[in-house]
Design a protein around this ligand. Structure first.
Ligand code: ATP
Ligand code: MG
Length: 562
């Protein structure tokens, strides 16, 4: 596996070769071309890292281009979110922010050129008929009766289409290539259709819009893109793109396809993610369970962890499924270095230290990050009444249980050794309400002068000093590894993990957390990495999101493979 930024791959090999041959004068131009019909997901991050990464590495340039050819599905909200996400990942398109819609006039000219040369025609079959005429993988297609229209008639009809004189669906413009081609994409593909929806940038200027196939390659060409990197599903479209470029006699970009990222326990498709949003399975595109960049950001992921993940998975020609625990591993190793350690109790149980003076308060030293001494220490207040995790107490002791139970001694992190002397219980509910302990004043700081050992160390907060907060714990979005796989037989939404969000209303946190800001990461000792929810923060509400627990399943997988 690669850990460096410049992970080597087959695309870089092709580029090295092109540079050696002085193709394009050694210049490298790439682009990231999202369609603004949804928020970006982690699959897009792979493409962003690849395109911007290659440009940076080879001293080239990379632009951001919105492939906004379909007014019916696209919105400015998506444009803004995509810009924000690319910037947040740390990439800069400088002054190269482009829109395919900026080329609509140019693309129209290209269409007229093809018509004039007898290489495109207006077809008046319905979309259904066009599909029927197209044939199948085994059978060739057949010519439309309108295929032989004269150049003059085609130009006239096409202009009328543009001017809005026809209804949607009544005519389309098709390239005249080969209805019996083995590649279905070459069987006179539709290149323009009538759409009377207002466009987010050109409003109602056009009544016709180019198809993605007619726009994508030409946009690359107009921008002087040298290496057009896209996912494997466009491999079969390459001959068509090449045909347009050749017939139009314009700059040739080299298209190279790579495998999409597929990630277990989630889905990477804007259309399907958008369904989860619309059906209220999640709170929005930036719900912290979503594999979107905005969801991951809100959950507490860092750009570094996502970039490292993209480097680790590499780039290849083969489709594969990446284990989501690799992404979790990448955020854990990043936060292990960066996150301040603090103490917080998620399921509080009251502990009273009977022999501790009633009004004494002590400020104890705690280490901010054992991985990085330069992060220093802080003071944590201690007093007679504390909270510990409910899980850290048991009514019955056993040999293997090292935390608190009657008669057992444990270490309170950074504080004292305490021994449990008893507890009280609400008989009606069976719930333990209070635990009583005594402390050994000679064990201040958590070590014993007589060399006495305790096996368990538990975290705590002081009742008098702590702050209360809501905490949200997240689990995987889907309950099966490949929710989208046909093997499962059901619709992916049926595998939505109903237990993927757990809200804890009155957690107790050490007082240093009073000052938190969005995008600061903390490790709640023994519980995982947390950050405050930036959206709730805007609404003046403090809620902590768990980014990830401490349990590292990826490292375990790696170990068992050794
Ligand atoms: P989706 O199916 O999620 O809508 P898309 O391919 O239609 O994805 P685009 O907006 O067209 O989304 O994608 C922009 C760029 O990101 C394209 O170059 C596309 O190939 C790339 N991309 C999209 N999804 C992935 C993925 N899962 N892995 C790698 N690259 C991806
Ligand atoms: Mg697309």
């Amino acid at each position: 596996m690669n850990s460096e930024n410049s992970s080597h791959n087959f695309i870089r090999e092709i580029i090295d070769e092109d540079i050696k041959d002085n193709k394009h004068g050694g210049k490298i131009v790439t682009r990231f071309p999202p369609e603004p019909n949804g928020y970006l997901h982690i699959g897009h991050a792979k493409s962003i890292c690849l395109n911007f990464g290659i440009a940076k590495e080879y001293g080239g340039i990379c632009s951001l281009r919105f492939d906004d050819t379909n007014p019916a599905k696209e919105e400015s909200e998506y444009v803004e979110s995509i810009k924000e996400d690319v910037k947040w990942l740390g990439f800069d398109w400088q002054d190269r922010l482009y829109f395919t819609s900026d080329y609509f006039d140019k693309l129209y000219e290209f269409a007229i050129k093809l018509i004039s040369e007898g290489k495109a025609y207006v077809d008046s079959l319905s979309m259904e008929q066009i599909r029927d005429y197209r044939g199948t993988l085994k059978e060739p297609g057949k010519d439309s009766p309108y295929r032989s229209r004269s150049v003059e008639e085609n130009v006239e009809l096409f202009e009328k289409m543009k001017d809005g004189q026809f209804n949607e669906g009544s005519h389309v413009l098709r390239a005249k290539i080969d209805m019996s081609s083995a590649n279905i994409n070459m069987r006179d593909p539709v290149i323009y259709r009538i759409i009377k929806t207002s466009h987010h940038r050109t409003a109602s200027k056009f009544n016709i819009y180019p198809t993605y196939d007619f726009a994508h390659g030409q946009s690359d060409s107009l921008e002087g893109v040298t290496h057009s990197l896209c996912t494997l599903e466009f491999e079969d479209h390459r001959p068509l793109y090449d045909w347009f470029i050749k017939e139009l006699g314009i700059h040739v970009s080299r298209q190279i396809e790579f495998a999409r990222l597929n990630l277990s326990f989630t889905i990477l498709s804007k259309r399907k993610l958008s369904e989860l949003v619309k059906n209220n399975h999640v709170s929005g595109w930036d719900d912290p369970r979503m594999p979107t960049i905005s969801g991951l950001r809100r959950r507490g992921f860092t750009p570094e962890s996502i970039i490292n993940f993209c480097n680790q998975i590499g780039v290849s020609k083969n489709n594969s499924l990446i284990d989501i625990s690799l992404l979790e591993y990448c955020i854990r190793i990043d936060l292990n270095k960066k996150a301040l350690r603090v103490m917080a109790v998620l399921n509080p149980l009251k502990v009273i230290i009977d022999n501790y003076p009633d009004d004494l308060e002590e400020q104890l030293d705690a280490i901010n990050n054992p991985e990085d001494e330069s992060m220093g220490t802080r003071k944590v207040p201690f007093s007679k009444i504390l909270y510990i995790e409910r899980d850290d107490f048991r009514e019955q002791s056993s040999k293997k249980y090292f935390r608190l139970s009657p008669g057992k001694e444990v270490r309170l992190r950074y504080a004292y050794f305490v021994t449990c002397t008893g507890f009280t219980k609400d008989e009606s509910t069976g719930q333990v309400t209070e635990v009583h302990c005594t402390y050994d004043p000679r064990t201040k700081g958590g070590s014993s002068p007589d060399g006495r050992k305790v096996k368990g160390t538990i975290h705590w907060v002081s009742q008098k000093h702590c702050i209360e907060s809501e905490v949200r714990l997240y689990d995987r979005l889907f309950s099966v590894s490949e929710p989208d796989s046909v093997k499962n037989g059901k619709d992916y939404k049926e595998y939505f993990n109903q237990d993927s969000l757990k809200t804890l209303k009155s957690c107790k946190l050490e007082p240093s957390l009073r000052e938190v800001r969005p995008y600061c990461n903390y490790q709640f000792e023994r519980l995982g990495y947390f950050c405050i929810d930036p959206v709730e923060y805007e609404n003046n509400k403090i809620v902590f999101n768990r980014t990830i627990s401490l349990r590292d399943t990826w490292a375990k997988i790696q170990d068992s493979n050794k």
